[in-house]
Design a protein around this ligand. Structure first.
Ligand code: PRP
Ligand code: URA
Length: 211
C-alpha cells in the first residue's frame, strides 16, 4: 500500500503559490517565493525527525531539553528547477548535505533524460528529501528515485514538490509506494504538452530567466 501524499493547507503556502502562478511575477520574486515555500514545506517534511533529551544549563538552572537525533539528512534537487528550493531547505537544516541529479524532459517524448548524478559519499546513511517544484507526468521524480535506489539508498526517501498533477502523483506513488510525497498544491490535470494545468508554466525557465 502506498503512503498517503501530504498536501499542504497552510494559508502562507497557499498565498505564496498564488503569487508564483501569476505570469507577471518576475524571476527575482519567483526565486524568492520558491525558496520561501520550500522552507515552509521543510517544516512539515521534517516533523517526524526523532529527538533525544539532553541536559543543558540555562542562565537559571540545569534543565533537560530536546535536540534532533537520528540519521543525518541529504537534500537532492533535480536539476535545474529543484536547485531553486535548496537555499530555503538549508535555512532550516543547515547541516544537510546536497546531492544533484540532472534530468530534463525530452521535448518530443516528454520522457526524462538523465545527464548528471553526484551524491554525497555517505548518502546511504542519510535520510533523503528529493526536491523538484513540479511533479507533472512523474517521470523525472521516478527516475531520480530509481537512481538513488541504485546507489543503495532505500530506507527513508521523501519527495517534495510545490505543484503536482494527479497523473504524476499516481505514477510516483505506484512506482515508489514507500516514498512519502509532500505537495504544496494539487492541480487539475496535464495538458497535451504534459504541462500542469493551471500550474505555473516552466519552473526552470522562470527561475533562471531562460525564456
Ligand atoms: C521540469 C521539472 C521537473 C520535470 C517534471 O524539468 O523541474 O524536473 O519537468 O516533469 P515530469 O514529472 O513530467 O517528469 P524540465 O524537464 O523542464 O528541465 P529543467 O528543470 O532543466 O528546465
Ligand atoms: N515542468 C514544468 O516546469 N512545468 C510543468 O507544468 C511541467 C513540467
Amino acid at each position: 500500500m502506498s503512503t498517503k501524499p501530504f498536501i499542504m493547507d497552510h494559508p502562507l503556502i497557499k498565498h505564496k503559490i498564488t503569487l508564483l502562478r501569476d505570469k507577471n511575477t518576475g524571476s527575482k520574486e519567483f526565486r524568492e517565493l520558491i525558496n520561501e515555500i520550500a522552507m515552509l514545506m521543510c517544516y512539515e517534511a521534517t516533523r517526524d525527525m526523532p529527538t533525544k533529551e539532553v541536559e543543558i544549563e540555562t542562565p537559571i538552572c540545569i534543565a533537560k531539553a530536546s535536540v534532533i537525533s537520528g540519521r543525518k539528512v541529504a537534500f537532492v534537487p533535480i536539476l535545474r528547477a529543484g536547485l531553486g528550493m535548496v537555499d530555503g531547505m538549508l535555512e532550516l537544516v543547515p547541516a544537510a548535505k546536497i546531492g544533484h541529479i540532472g534530468m530534463y524532459r525530452d521535448p518530443a517524448t516528454h520522457e526524462p533524460v538523465e545527464y548528471y548524478c553526484k551524491l554525497p559519499a555517505d548518502i546511504q546513511e542519510r535520510d533523503i528529501i528529493v526536491l523538484d517544484p513540479m511533479l507533472a507526468t512523474g517521470g523525472s521524480a521516478i527516475d531520480a528515485i530509481n537512481q538513488l535506489k541504485k546507489h543503495n539508498c532505500s530506507t527513508n526517501i521523501k519527495f517534495m514538490c510545490i505543484i503536482a498533477a494527479p497523473e504524476g502523483l499516481k505514477a510516483l506513488s505506484d512506482a515508489h509506494p514507500e516514498v512519502q510525497i509532500y505537495c504544496g498544491a494539487l492541480d487539475d490535470h496535464l495538458n497535451e504538452n504534459k504541462y500542469i494545468v493551471p500550474g505555473l508554466g516552466d519552473a526552470g525557465d522562470r527561475i533562471f530567466g531562460t525564456k
